[in-house]
Design a binder for this molecule. Structure first.
Ligand code: NDP
Length: 332
């Protein structure tokens, strides 16, 4: 087993494992308590110290399962980090968005479901055009001061809005965001590689990146069609099925098959190559793994061994196949 790498979450003192483990779609929809426990234990034994969740995942059941499993596993509270995200808590106006009301209720509900006294990370799952950023920053700051949240962050906010949150925090002496949670994978690069550049370099923002395998496409398992047992066939996720079968989806599947030859040469699986590629970007604090079976998680954790093999020539070769390197912002 390769030793886990730990990275600072931006300029904060928190050190997260380079691979973390999240529960979107899998916990409750595809996995019950026993496989959840098995996967969490495997991740923890490999040195994973951050477990990602959200109020909306399986309408709260994902947090309940994670909380029950961690409780049964008996991990000391100071040995792991757990997150929740607030935005989609229910259908009523008071149950959605980033108002002080919903942020406060969502935090309390997540603490109960996860069976913890505080959340290590609490994310604003999307921007809310109906709530002033100042109200959201004040609500997060209050939770931090109450000891219910240690670090707060955003997910898929544009850079301008994040800078606004920093400005409000500075003006009123409130706690600024520490981290952003954006999508990042070989097919989705602009935010991490270009848009957030100044936030990483000048504001010391950390990043916990999601869908590193582009929902599974980057495993190369879609090369022969959509496998029966995959998230693309889950009821309610027909949109994902359609996305995989679209022209862009087919292009991604073909591109992945071409990169798979490089993975073979490195004695790695395509999933491992794609995951190690995300980690090769040092602005990434942690890559959140997704896995619907313990065997997938085991394979994915093995990607740490591939990181050292990603020298400039391999990265250039991948770049040549991907052909999508984002252009830097113009300087004036
Ligand atoms: P991935 O892109 O890595 O997709 C994971 C899925 O791919 C698995 O559930 C499995 O799906 C398939 N897969 C993974 N590994 C393998 C393997 N080795 N072999 C075959 N199939 C494999 O990540 P996710 O989209 O799951 O995102 C990871 C985490 O990021 C989430 O759990 C969540 O915590 C977070 N997230 C955050 C979001 C946000 O808005 N902030 C949005 C989305 C995710 P299957 O078996 O069903 O095919």
């Amino acid at each position: 087993m390769i030793d886990m790498i730990y990275r600072r979450m931006g300029k904060s003192g928190l050190k997260l494992s380079a691979f973390s483990y999240g529960s979107w779609l899998t916990f409750s929809n595809q996995m019950a308590l026993e496989p959840v426990k098995e996967s969490l234990a495997m991740a923890y034994d490999h040195g994973v110290n951050f477990f990602d969740n959200a109020e909306v995942y399986a309408n709260g059941k994902s947090e309940e399962l994670m909380g029950a499993a961690i409780h049964e596993l008996g991990w000391p509270r100071d040995s792991f980090c757990v997150s929740s995200k607030v935005f989609w808590g229910g259908s009523l106006p008071t149950q959605r968005g980033l108002s002080r009301k919903h942020i406060t209720d969502a935090c309390h509900a997540a603490l109960r479901r996860l069976q913890v006294d505080y959340l290590d990370l609490f994310f604003c799952h999307r921007p809310d055009n109906d709530t002033p950023v100042e109200e959201t920053v004040r609500a997060m700051d209050a939770l931090v001061r109450q000891g219910k949240v240690l670090y707060w962050g955003t997910s898929e906010w544009d850079a301008v809005r994040i800078v606004e949150a920093f400005a409000v925090a500075e003006k009123y002496n409130l706690t600024p965001p520490s981290v952003e949670q954006p999508e990042y994978n070989m097919f989705h690069r602009h935010r991490i590689e270009v848009e957030y550049g100044r936030l990483f370099n000048e504001f010391g923002l950390g990043s916990t990146v999601w869908s590193p395998l582009a929902s599974g496409i980057l495993t190369n398992k879609y090369a022969g069609g959509i496998p029966e047992e995959s998230r693309a066939n889950l009821p309610g996720y027909e949109w994902l099925h359609e996305r995989f079968r679209s022209e862009e989806g087919m292009r991604r599947i073909k591109t992945t098959a071409a990169m798979n030859e490089i993975a073979n040469r490195l004695n790695a699986t395509m999933a491992q190559l794609a995951l190690a590629w995300c980690l090769a970007n040092t602005n990434v604090s942690t890559v959140i793994l997704g896995a619907s079976k313990p065997s997938q998680l085991k394979e994915n954790l093995g990607a740490l061994a591939v990181l050292d093999q990603l020298d400039a020539s391999v990265l250039d070769e991948l770049e040549g196949i991907l052909g999508n390197k984002p252009q830097p912002l113009p300087s004036f």
